[in-house]
Design a protein around this ligand. Sequence first.
Ligand code: ADP
Ligand code: MG
Length: 409
Amino acid sequence: MSDIDAGIASLGDLGGKRVLVRSDLNVPLDGAGTAEVRITDDGRIRASVPTIRQLSDAGARVVVTAHLGRPDGKPDPAYSLKPVADRLSELLGRPVAFAADTVGASATETVAALGDGDVAVLENVRFNAGETSKDEAVRGAFADELAALADAFVSDGFGVVHRKQASVYDVALRLPSAMGGLVAAEVDVLRRLTEHPDRPYVVVLGGSKVSDKLGVIDNLIDKADRLLIGGGMVFTFLKAQGHEVGRSLLEDDQLDTCRRYLTEAADRGVEIVLPTDVVVDTEFPSGERDPQPRVVPASEIPADALGLDIGPESAAAFAAALADARTVFWNGPMGVFEVDAFADGTRAVAQALTEVDGLSVVGGGDSAAAVRQLGFDEAAFGHISTGGGASLEFLEGKELPGIAVLEKD
Ligand code: ADP
Ligand code: MG
């Protein structure tokens, strides 16, 4: 019994009901496992608050399940969700109970003690081998235990909806289920990128490897009006056009694929924009040596150099190609933005996105990090996806198990 559009409302009156909500609370920690543990970025907790608050306000007994890091299917204090539960309590402005296990005696007691509107967090769901097991029966048995703690399920962890895991997928088969607002908002934006986007629709791709992004290129090449390519992946495209790329990142086994994309784009009237100049250095940046950036034409990369950013002429051309866009999807930094000397291309693209009159979407973990690191106001973008892997899989046209299961009755 689930209705994707109605979201939580489809679950009916939640007063007094135990609602299990799968959130994405996978935040970076400093000093994990020590008394001085500190959350270094609480963005995901903040993003999870509205749905938790909504359920609590509706009088539900809210049971939050989530993972932290990659423990080995067994308890490990370094990955405890306790500090996260404490932070959630601060953000909610109300007490949050914490169960010392996920489905054991502590969880059962904690949930039984909840009053209407109360909130509890269960210990790291990945302390249980059943959570990520490839064996359906093992996963199902664990999902049975999770489901026994609740009367309904709300899926609100967008960062995990592409995973067929017990707390994401199997539990939804066992309880009346609905999408939380966070997942619903992500899905809504991603649908706008794949179904009837406002035009011109410009896709900007960068990042390290072509092979990571083949699915996205495949699926978006016939939807976009323009495809701008930078980052490490661009050198395989430049080489496919017959240019030498020195010691730049290169995936020889993808040359044919890149050639095919170039031809396909030309056939379909999709404009492909590649950099005409590149910032190079003779070494990949490391702490040991100051970068010595040099701008060269993209057709004249010296044999001993590596391309580490798109050049200023290209950055201006990319910005111009974005100026009239009505829909933009950007994934993958234009260069090694972590180092200032190679961050200008990424900065220029980010800046251009903030000026788009329409929908601008940033997807991908490093791209979202770049936007923050370069000091942009996140509110200047239409949407910054919270789930890198999940958003890419959606844009590849893949079915996301954690979404599909909610659409099933
Ligand atoms: P996202 O996480 O946004 O999907 P990726 O993981 O694909 O992005 O790529 C991010 C990484 O790509 C960054 O760490 C960046 O340093 C690297 N990168 C960008 N341009 C280059 C380049 N020219 N050479 C090597 N690495 C690059
Ligand atoms: Mg990445």
